[in-house]
Design a protein around this ligand. Structure first.
Ligand SMILES: Cc1cc2nc3c(=O)[nH]c(=O)nc-3n(C[C@H](O)[C@H](O)[C@H](O)COP(=O)(O)O)c2cc1C
Ligand SMILES: [Mn+2]
Length: 496
């Protein structure tokens, strides 16, 4: 193996977290039945290091779980360290650094994966009747879940029948029995589109699922890049080296060679089974299960002492917010900027649980445009709500670029003091959107449209390049030299 580093090798990622004190090796026996989930949830909610479970009740010795693989750290310099490590960025990276790296790679030439001979993911191989998913510590993550979830932080690999498009995408999969899984493959998502192509030919969809993938590949598989774009090529551009892949045992797909666990088989043409309920990323568990397509596992390969990464979805911050939210932000930011809109940054506030994206508007460029609020809002809606990424974003909040959109306190302040009730909100009942949003009416869920808005926190005079007030704050209300003096003397005043 030639690829090393936390972005391209999950083992290196885990080692880096341990070395940085951002993961805790837990040796005592922990039960995959709820206890793994409870510890992982508490780690998110207290912003503690990621739990690495080394001894799991009922599982084969050596089998491990990493919980909260992209949870946040305590507020401060390394808050985003675990996420930054997914991209090979320093642990001190800030959201803007991460976004600019992700956007930059969208404009670099794709570096497609390369096939290699060395493949740790084949250290253990089981095929046919020897496949037994119960051998793994598949966790029941919440007491309200309909079953244990194998895939909460892995990605599907599928390829279009003409071989032109290989899609990597993150979606959940629940254990159905010893060799089948069940989970969503929504028609608007790329796995659903490719599934439909195979179904139209009357065939099952050849499929693999990769767990313990190179972290950058996992994140890219959670990114709404446009259709027909291979996430694999994007990951190469992002990390600067092509992902090393190997052929599956059974179905001719290619998977990252250093993956912890690979499941291979097919996504059934038309067989379904009940899936869920599950504690979900908006922070709720709804009581019903739904019929979803069945994934048949015909081979399992894994590294020695494999590590299954686990996201225990629910209240923020978990990986749906930190990874998915960040990848949505980057894709939307690039889309809006590329359309020539005066956009500084876009950020899906983790605290908003996937329900809104805050967009900061470059006031200098806004003035030059000589536009109005209604026209600006319409332009943002036209670009965003027609796109693959925009389908995922229910609400957009526009703020001026004096607001740091990655700081929720500033966003709340802008919404409270600048959004005008009655005139500041624009509704888009015809815009298509993901039907999982909790507040949608049954009719909106059925039609797949509506429940979408853009709220403007731009003040009328900001369209003409003026702002009536200045900001009364440490940064806004004192001369630069005095600010520096205060900072330099902070300890001398008696502050620690
Ligand atoms: C931890 C995590 C869990 C996710 N779970 C799902 C899921 O269950 N279903 C789904 O459609 N998307 C899920 N997503 C979002 C998709 O991965 C994302 O929308 C991605 O763009 C889909 O790939 P595609 O654009 O190639 O279709 C999840 C993302 C993350 C990071
Ligand atoms: Mn895709």
């Amino acid at each position: 193996m030639t690829q090393h580093g936390p972005a391209v090798d999950f083992r290196d990622f885990v080692d880096e977290l341990l070395a940085a004190g951002d993961a805790v090796a837990i040796d005592r026996a922990v039960d995959p039945h709820l206890e793994v989930g409870a510890i992982t949830r508490r780690a998110y909610e207290t912003r503690s290091p990621a739990p690495l479970f080394g001894s799991l009740v009922g599982a084969a010795p050596g089998f491990r779980i990493l919980g909260a693989p992209a949870g946040l750290g305590t507020p401060g310099a390394q808050e985003y360290g675990r996420l930054a490590a997914h991209f090979g960025l320093p642990r001190r990276a800030r959201p803007r650094d991460i976004l600019e790296k992700l956007v930059g790679a969208m404009h670099a030439a794709p570096l497609p994966p390369v096939v290699v001979a060395d493949s740790p993911c084949k250290q253990n191989i089981r095929t046919g009747d020897a496949v037994d998913l119960d051998e793994f510590p598949v966790p029941l993550l919440h007491q309200e879940d309909g079953g244990p979830y194998f895939g909460t932080y892995g990605f599907h690999v599928v390829r279009s029948p003409d071989g032109e498009w290989t899609s990597w995408s993150v979606a959940r999969t629940m254990l159905h029995d010893r060799n089948t899984l069940v989970g969503p493959a929504m028609p608007q998502q790329h796995i659903g589109m490719i599934h439909q192509m195979w179904r139209a030919r009357g065939e099952h969809t050849p499929w693999a699922m990769v767990l313990g993938a190179p972290p950058a590949a996992l994140a890219a598989a959670g990114m709404p890049l446009p259709a027909h774009v291979d996430e694999g090529g994007y990951v190469g551009a992002l990390t600067g080296s092509p992902v090393e892949v190997v052929r599956t045992e059974t179905n001719g797909l290619y998977v990252p060679a250093n993956a912890e666990i690979v499941l291979e088989g097919y996504l059934s043409r038309d067989e379904t089974a009940p899936e869920g309920p599950m504690g979900e990323y908006h922070g709720y568990a709804f009581s019903e299960s739904k019929p979803q397509p069945v994934f048949h596992v015909e081979a399992v390969t894994h590294r020695d002492d494999p590590i299954l990464p686990v996201c225990a979805a629910g209240l923020p911050p978990e990986e749906n917010h930190t990874v998915w939210g960040t990848m949505i932000s980057a894709a939307a930011l690039d889309l809006l900027r590329s359309a020539g809109l005066p956009v500084d940054l876009a950020w899906c506030s983790y605290e908003a649980a996937g329900c809104w994206m805050v967009v900061s508007v470059d006031l200098r460029r806004l003035r030059e445009m000589r536009t109005t609020e209604a026209k600006l809002v319409r332009a943002v809606a036209d670009v965003l709500f027609a796109s693959h990424v925009g389908w995922l974003v229910p609400k957009v909040v526009l703020v001026a670029d004096d607001i740091d959109v990655t700081d929720i306190d500033q966003v709340v302040w802008a919404m409270a003091t600048r959004y005008h009730p009655g005139t500041g909100e624009y509704n888009f009942p015809e815009a298509p959107g993901i039907p999982m949003v909790p507040y949608l009416t049954p009719e909106e869920v059925r039609s797949g449209r509506g429940g979408k808005s853009i709220s403007s926190c731009l003040l009328p005079e900001q369209f003409h390049g003026t702002t009536r007030g200045t900001t009364a704050s440490f940064r806004g209300s004192y001369p630069r030299e005095l600010q520096q003096t205060v900072i330099d003397n902070w300890a001398d005043y008696g502050y620690r």
